[in-house]
Design a protein around this ligand. Structure first.
Ligand code: ADP
Ligand code: MG
Length: 376
């Protein structure tokens, strides 16, 4: 008896879609990342019923030609890489060419897009990835995706969605992450017709104020270190504002949010002995590194990123945060018994006992440079 058969195109594409599209927030993430890749400086996301009914993302990016807009829905259709070599010099979010066919397979999708120099744009619509309709349209330069009735044809998945509050919370998380990584882009988020976020183009500190309020942002100390391997910049919270809960902790690498439990430990290590055990600092740390030093070829929905040389980056990160704390905080208790830290004269001449010792630092300190040599 033969048992094997080939799955229908529809079933196969719904299964493949499950890999990329778990919930409304994953659609938002993919569409917003595409907008960023398209060079947008303004991205608006409109949500109805936490994304069950409508997810609409509008950007002012470079748009698509009619031929590209049609091709974009085929699996492995991408404008972002050509060969595997390109995987080691990636500067875009996308490269798999999987998101659009996956989203299309499990929703009623429509798209309008126009390139700035084209007179008319194109509108494409389809249902469950089938029956593509293509018409010319009069529309703004840039691209709008409308995703209606997500999972309408996969009831099992629709049933697994959580309540609106939870699902919208996931959407907020995605928009928050991507907007932190890109303060040079204006973001707007609406839910049920109400404006939830409106972020103008602003410097990072301004974006932090907009997202998390003045109080948090006033507690932040700048971090800035540049070595030949990696540049680390951003902010960490001062000692006073470390707390048991509610701390905001974000790592970004090359403009992309990442989770990195190992690097998280480097930050905590920098605070060790300076804050109460169990308290957590907030941090917003941006790593810039040559694309060939990281492996982003992990699962599309995963936020972990692998680095070539994690222990070295760990030390640079730890030293950078320590240096910031040493520079901006007057600490009597600071424990500098750390192998890679610079020598710090405890008391300069003229200090009287009873004065608070000031921590000194060397702004050119690089733990991986023999002391006294030049160049990073
Ligand atoms: P990937 O992002 O991995 O290339 P996607 O399926 O997300 O794959 O998108 C396929 C292609 O469609 C992209 O490579 C890009 O050329 C085009 N595209 C998608 N979204 C947009 C957009 N908002 N503006 C312009 N082009 C887009
Ligand atoms: Mg993409």
């Amino acid at each position: 008896m033969d048992r094997i058969h080939i799955l229908s195109e529809t079933v196969a594409s719904q299964i493949a879609a499950g890999e990329v599209v778990n919930r409304p927030a994953s659609v938002v993430k993919e569409l917003v990342e595409n907008s960023i890749d398209a060079g947008a400086t303004r991205i608006q996301t409109v949500i109805t019923d936490a994304g069950r009914t409508l997810i609409q993302v509008t950007d002012n990016g470079h748009g698509m030609s009619q031929a590209d807009a049609k091709l974009a829905f085929q699996r492995h259709a991408t404008s972002k890489i050509h060969g595997t070599d390109d995987l080691y010099s990636l500067t875009t979010f996308g490269f798999r060419g999987e998101a659009l066919p996956s989203i299309a397979a499990v929703s009623e999708l429509s798209l309008t897009t126009r390139q700035a120099d084209a007179e008319t744009g194109v509108q494409i619509s389809m249902s469950g990835g089938q029956d593509m309709q293509v018409e010319p349209c009069v529309c703004d330069a840039g691209t709008t995706f409308r995703i209606r009735n997500l999972f309408f044809n996969v009831p099992a998945r629709r049933k697994f969605l959580k309540g609106n509050q939870t699902e919208f919370g996931h959407i907020m998380t995605e928009v928050e992450r991507v907007s932190l990584a890109h303060p040079e882009i204006a973001f707007e988020l609406l839910h049920q017709g109400q404006q939830v976020l409106s972020l103008p183009v602003q410097p990072l500190r301004g974006r932090l104020v907009s997202l998390f309020g003045k109080k948090l942002s006033q507690s932040l100390l700048p971090v800035e270190i540049e070595t030949s391997l990696v540049r680390i910049s951003g902010f960490v919270s001062n000692l006073e504002s470390a707390r048991q809960r509610g701390s905001q902790q974000f790592f970004f690498v090359n403009g992309r949010y990442m989770r990195h439990p190992y690097f998280h430990k480097a930050v905590l290590q920098a605070y060790e002995g300076l804050i109460h055990e169990g308290d957590q600092p907030s941090y917003f740390l941006f790593l810039d590194i040559a694309p060939d030093q990281i492996d982003v070829n992990v699962h599309p929905t995963k936020t972990e990123v692998k680095f070539q040389d994690e222990p070295v980056i760990w030390k640079i990160l730890m030293a950078a945060v320590r240096e910031t704390l040493g520079k901006f905080e007057e600490m009597t208790t600071i424990d500098f018994n750390v192998a890679d830290m610079p020598d710090i004269p405890a008391f300069g001449t003229g200090h009287q006992t009873g004065n608070m010792p000031k921590v000194e630092y060397n702004p050119d300190f690089n733990p991986f440079k023999p002391q006294g040599s030049g160049g990073a």
